[in-house]
Design a protein around this ligand. Structure first.
Ligand code: MTE
Ligand code: MO
Length: 381
């Protein structure tokens, strides 16, 4: 967007809200500085991971993953409904929601397809590098509080979160015409404190790209569960087997050796190297820092190790701060390269549970949950 277009949009937004019908997307979209565009329409952009410096990702640099165009939401009539297996169905305005009281917490979101560009052979789907991940301070209402008000009936199994966006998905397994973006999560996860209905991101009202006026944030899980532009919550008596957790965002799980499709859920342990970057030239015999972030979904990251010889020997990285629940940890590893020539850097995260990253890619994961070790080759000169 050029400056003139930007100013035009900004002046539209300055018209008093009462004077016209207000749509969430009348507010100018952020210009996404320094982002890599992975798809132009709908807009899908990636965080420049090499620029990682702070625990919190600036909103305008937070990756955007949207399957459909941003929906038109008329804020004057916007309501969130809570339906299905509840004693007390709800229809809540944003003002009603605000009365539930505000909780705020940082949570890391990673797209289940982050790192897809490293898969061999190259599969279909957006070719995310390292940057479909970020950490924001989210504020809103606990999903549990809303479900409590709605009085979930005994026997409820899933809580289906439905976005206001919709479209037809093409491909080998196309959607049955136009469908909404939706995602079911088990009731037990919906009731956890890390499941929130967010109206704010990094202290500001949600931007349109990130789901204004209301989105779910399901901490510890891959991003697909954090439904943006939330319009309906449907409590169901059995597992929701919707498009977005069967055809899309599902992996094979072996049961007695037989592959069964299951929805993608919690983020896996993963350490990513921010600097040096792939192909970067590093000075020999001079101290340098290997830096990055590591996260482990619902678990805490206990350890990050770095190898400067392609995974033969490993040394412990140091953390820049204490662990926060379901958030990434920034780390650094001092390194003085000696011999000149190409070097393969590898980082590996281990969760408190002892779970660490696989060395090789597991084909059962299809094109999701990409956390096998991927070396970063640099040149020592
Ligand atoms: N309504 C809706 N919600 C959605 C999506 C979407 O396409 N539509 N994409 C999901 C996916 S796959 C991810 S990774 C996260 C990305 O959130 P972000 O764009 O705020 O980073 O949103 C999730 N919520
Ligand atoms: Mo995603």
């Amino acid at each position: 967007m050029d400056r003139r277009e930007w100013l035009k949009l900004a002046s539209v937004a300055a018209v008093p809200l009462a004077a016209r019908r207000v749509h969430a997307q009348d507010v100018p979209a952020s210009p996404f500085p320094g982002m890599t565009v992975r798809m132009n329409e709908p807009r899908n952009v990636e965080y420049p991971f090499a620029e990682l410096k702070a625990f919190v990702t600036p909103t305008e640099q937070f990756y955007v993953r949207s399957h459909f165009a941003v929906p038109k939401i008329d804020l004057a009539v916007y309501k969130l409904t809570v339906e299905g297996e509840v004693e007390n169905p709800l229809s809540l305005t944003l003002d009603d929601l605000a009365k539930f009281g505000e909780v705020a917490m940082p949570l890391t979101l990673e797209c289940a397809g982050n790192g897809r560009v490293f898969l061999v052979p190259q599969p279909r789907g957006l070719q995310w590098g390292l940057g479909a991940v970020g950490t924001a301070e989210w504020a809103g209402v606990p999903l549990a509080a809303v479900l409590e008000r709605a009085k979930v009936k005994p026997g409820a199994v899933d809580v289906v979160l439905v976005g206001a966006d919709s479209g037809a998905v093409a491909g080998d397994a196309p959607s049955p015409g136009v469908i909404a973006y939706d995602r079911g999560i088990p009731l037990a996860k919906a009731l956890k404190p890390e499941s929130i209905l967010a109206t704010k991101m990094n202290g500001e009202p949600l931007t349109v790209a990130h789901g204004a006026p209301l989105r779910a944030v399901i901490g510890g899980w891959y991003g697909m569960a954090s439904v943006k532009w939330l319009s309906r919550i449907i409590v169901t008596p059995r597992r929701h087997d919707g498009f977005w957790q069967t055809i899309d965002y599902s992996i094979f799980e072996r049961r007695a050796g037989l592959p069964s499709l299951v929805p993608v859920t919690a983020m896996q342990p993963k350490a990513s190297i921010a600097r040096p970057t792939l192909g970067e030239v590093v000075a020999a015999n001079r101290p340098t820092l290997v830096t990055g972030a590591a996260w482990a979904g619902e678990a805490e990251v206990a350890r990050v190790e770095v190898s400067v010889d392609g995974g033969v020997t490993w040394g412990d990285a140091r953390f820049l701060a204490d662990a926060k629940p379901m958030c990434w940890r920034l780390w650094e590893f001092p390194w003085t390269p000696a011999a000149r020539g190409p070097v393969k850097l590898v980082a590996r995260a281990t969760a408190v549970s002892g779970t660490t990253q696989p060395v090789a890619r597991d084909a059962d994961r299809r094109t999701y949950m990409i956390n096998h070790l991927v070396p970063v080759e640099v040149l020592v000169k």
